[in-house]
Write a protein that binds this ligand. Structure first.
Ligand SMILES: [Mn+2]
Length: 282
């Protein structure tokens, strides 16, 4: 099943390529099931983000519509990430990956930086994922990709439950962090400007759905209260996409713990909203 936002059958003409990576082998979460997310998000998109008129089923439009060609590549194995991302970015298409556990992002970022060099990383997450005493799992993503990112032009958004080791690493490497309380205090437009001023030309966006408050996104592997609003995250995604991104991933949806599939639906919608805003001036 393809995501409902797919509007071409031809990979060659696509500007955006959706791919699922149903793998959670490097999660340490007590909650299992993020590997079910690619299927569930596609399924829910076809149920809730479409409408039927006569015999015709069409996808609804996100705010601003979609003027890109979007191709759904289907699912790939974790071991196929490097070759698949290379195939997509070498043709100057934008990959949008659906996980799976967050460690997959490290594989994607490594591959994408082979074309673009060190990327500006915008990392939405409740957790910094900046453990250095252990590597190759969902808690060490940022440390694992340090050679592949430009840390001065990178930013973490939504952080609210760091370990001491991660706080130390954030300081040591000078990583910019925006917490939910920062957004509450400063307002979304100030934070938006701060992010846009920081990021460079080659920006990769990684979204751990646990950045969002469990009230909006209960179906995640590691939920943490006091999170971002779904509208705040979507607003920032659209703003960053307008400036230009080289890729996006949406990770850690855990359908078995969801409430009426609202997290999967939100993930589908956030993907559409991001595509809608790509390279637009308004
Ligand atoms: Mn994460």
């Amino acid at each position: 099943m393809r995501i409902c936002w797919a509007n071409t059958e031809r990979f060659e003409e696509a500007q955006v390529v959706i791919l699922g990576i149903p793998d959670e082998s490097k999660s340490h979460s007590l909650r299992k099931g993020s590997s079910e997310a690619p299927h569930k998000i596609r399924e829910i998109s076809n149920i809730r983000d479409t409408y039927k008129r006569g015999d015709q089923i069409s996808a609804g439009f996100p705010l601003g519509g979609i003027n890109k060609k979007v191709y759904d590549y289907g699912n790939i194995l974790r071991v196929e990430v490097a070759e698949t991302i290379e195939k997509i970015v070498s043709r100057s298409k934008i990959p949008i990956s659906i996980g799976g556990d967050h460690s997959i992002s490290a594989d994607i970022i490594r591959s994408i930086s082979k074309k673009y060099g060190p990327v500006s990383l915008v990392y939405f997450d409740a957790h910094p994922d900046f453990i250095s005493s252990s590597s190759g799992y969902y808690g060490s993503v940022v440390h694992d990709v340090l050679p592949d990112i430009d840390i001065k032009s990178s930013v973490q958004i939504g952080i609210r439950t760091p370990e001491q080791e991660e706080i130390d690493n954030i300081k040591k490497h000078g990583l910019s962090v925006i917490t939910p309380l920062d957004i509450l205090r400063d307002g979304i437009t100030k934070v938006e400007k701060e992010i846009l001023d920081r990021i460079g030309q080659n920006t990769y966006v990684s979204v751990d759905m646990d950045a969002i408050d469990p009230a909006y996104a209960p179906g995640v592997s590691v939920p943490v209260p006091l999170g971002l609003g779904s509208l705040e995250v979507s607003y920032l995604l659209k703003s960053i996409a307008r400036k230009g991104i080289i890729g996006l991933d949406v990770m850690e949806v855990c359908p078995g713990y969801d409430i009426k599939d609202r997290t999967s639906h939100l993930a589908s919608r956030m993907i559409a909203e991001t595509i809608s805003s790509l390279d637009k001036t308004s």
